[in-house]
Design a protein around this ligand. Sequence first.
Ligand code: AMP
Ligand code: MG
Length: 402
Amino acid sequence: MIPLEEARERVLSAIPAPDVVGRASSDALGLVLASDVRSPSTVPPFDNSAMDGYAVRHEDVAQVPCVLPVSEDVAAGHVARGIVEPGTAIKIMTGAPIPTGADTVVKVEDTVPGEGSVEILVQPEPGVAIRRAGGDVAKGDRLFSAGEVVTARHIGVFAAVGVAEVEVCRPVRVGVLSTGDEVMPPDVVELDPGQIRDSNRPLLIGLLAESGLQAVDYGIVGDDAGALRGTFAEAARDCDAVITSGGVSMGEYDLVKQVLTDLGGIELWKVAMQPAKPFAFGAIGRTPLFGLPGNPVSVFVAFEQFARPALLAMMGHGALRRPRIDATMGEDVTTDPEKTVFLRVVVESSRSGRIAHLAGGQASNVLSATARADAFAVVPRGVAALSAGDPVTLEMFRWAND
Ligand code: AMP
Ligand code: MG
């Protein structure tokens, strides 16, 4: 058996560097910037009013209350025809350009409107309620740096400054297939004896989508050497990576194992972890292939520990791991001291801290408990048992509402 950390390092060191592409900035959500983004423009583009109110010269409102004639109204999207002459005001809406001559805006709440005039009740601070040109972004500013993940907020800024295209790390396309003669499409209503529905492929396609990766569905391939070889080759040719499930267990006669080893460049590993000990990894040509075990919980654990970090790295992400937090175990558990054990737990936030409770059955086929879980409680090698109240590290794949 090889230690989990060594297996993960071998996977991460074998994956190709990201490709850089240009992409419409509005279409870059979740992608990683491949170069710094500088602003081609100034935001706001002009001095404008932060309030609905009256644009005035500050010296004209030194004594309040006072009454000023209002020469015109200026709405957002329009420019005042005239200027604020000494002793006058222009009515102004939020976002409208500050008229020439004015240096202050009195907010509407501090005024009483009259016939062609306004009474100012409160003396404003000089320059108040004016949003200066460039107060948000100056032309040439570095807005964002290479390596940042584009969020909706970034996309809003790109729009504000007029950045139409950005350089990003290309999205990674991942071919997904299930193997096994017993595995049937999920929409089969009546299963024949010995058959099961394919949960791994929908699970993996969803996991990829949750991490911003693109899945390509290659369906179910039965235990047939020719069909397996053909589908592996097609997926490797058309995708950036391939994930299979099933057929990599040790000691059994299995066509998947045979075909993967025949293809060359793929090794079968026994990783010192539970679940998901058997794991095939390598490349078909230059395309990485992750051969996950067949049991659905093992699929999830192996995806989280190997495929997800590797695929995120292929997309240029720097943060590859789930957030880790400290908690205490909610009940007694025994684990295999030879392996890193990933218990699926529900996290309870209590006054004394976070408590991890087993989410249900911990066998590698019990996907329902995994679906209810928030985190892995990671029990390191060398530990054979934890008691209720013992400290444990959690790897969070869902944040509880607390
Ligand atoms: P294998 O590694 O192919 O021997 O599979 C291990 C276990 O996982 C067996 O009980 C399989 O029936 C089950 N299994 C394999 N593939 C799938 C799948 N796509 N969905 C659900 N269970 C599966
Ligand atoms: Mg099988």
